[in-house]
Design a protein around this ligand. Structure first.
Ligand code: G6P
Length: 611
């Protein structure tokens, strides 16, 4: 949610800043801007729209200078127009600020600044920062930034440059991700995410909340807001530029859907214990030895969006195998309702980005209440990963498409691994767990088989892309898949879609069914198959059009469904990893046919760092 890049070094800043922004565009694309500082002036170019629009508008007339900051916006305060675009300036134009987060007391600060004679141009909360820095400035940029931030309530990742102290780039973080990129030959970056700097360096320093970094051409130092020096470690990012390029696919989303045989394999790599019917999870064993699981009387899984759907599947798995009561909570609800937790509660946060503000707040709340906190995260070194007692990285690789696909399947696999790890039951349960391990190892090849049906799904999309509503139904382990299928469709194609537990259809949604309502039913063979068959009959009896997702070799649905897509059979608890793939492809092709921007759907952002 909003992306920031900053640069100081020997090269021209503008091309590097624009390139960095392009790699952060998944974080928001309402407006874009850059500010370059040189010869006693700041040259700022900004406008509503995407980075490509800004780049085109700038053309060959790039701002000149070797120090600068840039921003891509996901609007919170104020419409996404020219004036509200970042970077923002103070009255003198000597300071420029790019900000990700929300200044909660911006209204009070704005009034105070106006009383002091400042004129603010925009409706944003960010602009108050620029004026606070101007007000506090007394010959030293970092001290002015710290003084400004000490007055602020809320969250921020900021990058600041100034003509009055031009050989510096100052960055600070509280609640919004920020890192320093340490390049060769006195090259330094500030960025919301390593994707913006990976082309130049894999050496990064993750800033923590309360950190302020002063970056010059000769190095960097970090202090807290009172100026007390802090020591930071340099980490090495494990992926490279190739990992985040589109590699011949028309969209990141399609590339990421097709990466799933590999991403799921990477989630399991070195972790399956076939003989024991268990999983080796080094990152979990440090704070959560499986032998001590009986200490916990309750597990809470907490997440947002697609990660919440994965969590719901995890709830079903953990209750069935580990036999511990589990609840799945929307992080945004959980954090505000004073949940009952103590040291016998285990809270597991699930997050692709590891930066979602509500999920982060939920784990902080849980920790304050004495619970043990673990996390299942994709982005290594992210805040949620660092603030958990222990965790499991899903190793799905960078996910750029705003609609999550490969992270979802890897999250479900990671939850299956956690389930195996925490399952301590009788020999009978162990036997079943060994079957799960075997089934897990076959998943990558089975996903590859489903991907071969891509053309089939594209053709089906051609029949349905003009429909205005969809219903998705599932039961048991495939109920969360119905939710996820509906979410995929609505977020990228803007078609209204609802996911429902199949039997609940009778309590309302059935009233919507007619010949214009496609109903996607996830109906693999399994314990609840007969039940869902009855639900399909109910839809057909009312003229609905049924797209059934079932398991290979099941001819029984031929007479009932209008369209059938089959997937290989796996262990029932892993079936969602396979049934979701056709739904991802269906949503993708429908969105493409409708001419939608698949990788950057309107109003959405990948990393939601505001509440
Ligand atoms: C946004 C993204 C979703 C994601 C959700 C949670 O809404 O668009 O794809 O599922 O945030 O994000 P997280 O990074 O915590 O999994």
């Amino acid at each position: 949610m909003c992306g920031i890049v900053g640069y100081i070094g020997p090269s021209e800043a503008a091309p590097l800043l624009l390139e960095g922004l392009r790699r952060l565009e998944y974080r928001g694309y309402d407006s874009a801007g850059i500010s370059v500082c040189s010869n006693g002036a700041i040259d700022t170019r900004k406008m509503p729209g995407k980075i490509a629009d800004l780049t085109q508008a700038i053309g060959g007339d790039l701002p000149r200078g070797t120090t600068g900051i840039a921003h891509t916006r996901w609007a919170t305060h104020g419409a996404p127009n020219q004036i509200n675009a970042h970077p923002h300036h103070d009255c003198s134009g000597d300071f420029a600020v790019a900000h990700n987060g929300i200044i909660e007391n911006a209204g009070v600060l704005r009034r105070k600044l106006e009383e002091l004679g400042h004129t603010l141009q925009s409706e944003t909360d960010t602009e108050v920062l620029a004026h606070l820095i101007e007000e506090a400035y007394d010959d030293n940029l970092e001290e002015a930034v710290a003084a400004a931030l000490r007055q602020v309530d809320g969250t921020y990742g900021i990058a600041v440059v100034s003509t009055r102290d031009p050989e510096k780039l100052v960055a600070a973080r509280n609640g919004s991700p920020l890192l320093l990129g340490i390049g060769e030959g006195n090259t330094y970056f500030v960025a919301s995410d390593a994707a913006a700097v990976i082309e130049h360096t894999r050496d990064v320093v993750y800033l923590d909340d309360g950190d302020l970094a002063v970056v010059t051409r000769d190095g960097f130092r970090t202090v807290d807001l009172r100026g007390v020096p802090l020591t930071k470690e340099v980490s090495r990012v494990s992926w490279d530029l190739g990992t985040i390029e589109r590699g011949g696919f028309p969209h990141y989303m399609l590339k990421e859907i097709f990466e799933q045989p590999d991403s799921v394999r990477d989630t399991m790599r070195g972790r399956l214990l076939a003989e024991e019917g268990s999983a080796r999870l080094g990152g979990l064993s440090s704070c959560l030895p499986w032998q001590e699981i009986e200490h916990y009387n309750r597990i809470v899984l907490t997440a947002c969006g697609t990660s919440w759907h994965a969590a719901l599947i995890g709830e079903y798995m953990l209750e069935e195998f580990a036999r511990i009561p589990v609840e799945t909570e929307y992080a945004s609800e959980f954090r505000y309702r004073d949940p009952v937790l103590d040291d016998r509660s285990l809270v597991i946060a699930i997050s692709q980005s590891g930066e979602t503000a509500d999920t982060l707040a939920a784990i902080r709340e849980a920790r304050d209440k004495g619970a043990r906190v673990a996390s299942i995260v994709n982005v290594v070194g992210s805040t949620i990963a660092r603030e958990s007692d222990c965790g499991v990285y899903i190793h799905a690789g960078p996910e750029i498409g705003v609609a999550s696909t490969k992270a979802f399947t890897s999250q479900v696999v990671a939850l299956a691994l956690v389930t195996l790890y925490l399952t301590t039951g009788a020999e009978e349960t162990r036997d079943e767990a060994r079957k799960v391990v075997k089934a897990l190892s076959r998943l990558p090849d089975q996903i590859a088989q489903i991907l071969e049906r891509n053309d089939e799904l594209r053709a089906m999309a051609g029949l349905y892309h003009l429909n205005r509503n969809f219903l998705y139904l599932g039961r048991g382990y495939n109920f969360p898949v119905a939710l996820e299928g509906a979410l995929k469709l609505k977020e990228i194609s803007y078609i209204h879609a609802e996911g429902y537990p199949a039997a609940e259809m009778k309590h309302g949604p059935i009233a919507l069914i007619d010949e214009n309502m496609p109903v996607v039913v996830i109906a693999p063979r399994g314990r609840v198959y007969q039940k869902i068959l009855s639900n399909i009959e109910e839809v057909k009896a009312r003229g609905g059009r049924v797209i059934a997702i079932t398991t290979d070799g099941n001819g029984e649905l031929d007479r009932l469904a209008d369209h059938i897509v089959t997937v290989p059979t796996t262990h029932e608890m892993l079936q969602p990893v396979l049934t979701v793939i056709p739904l991802q492809l269906l949503a993708y092709h429908i969105a493409v046919l409708r001419g939608c921007n698949v990788d950057q759907p309107r109003n959405l952002a990948k990393s939601v760092t505001v509440e």
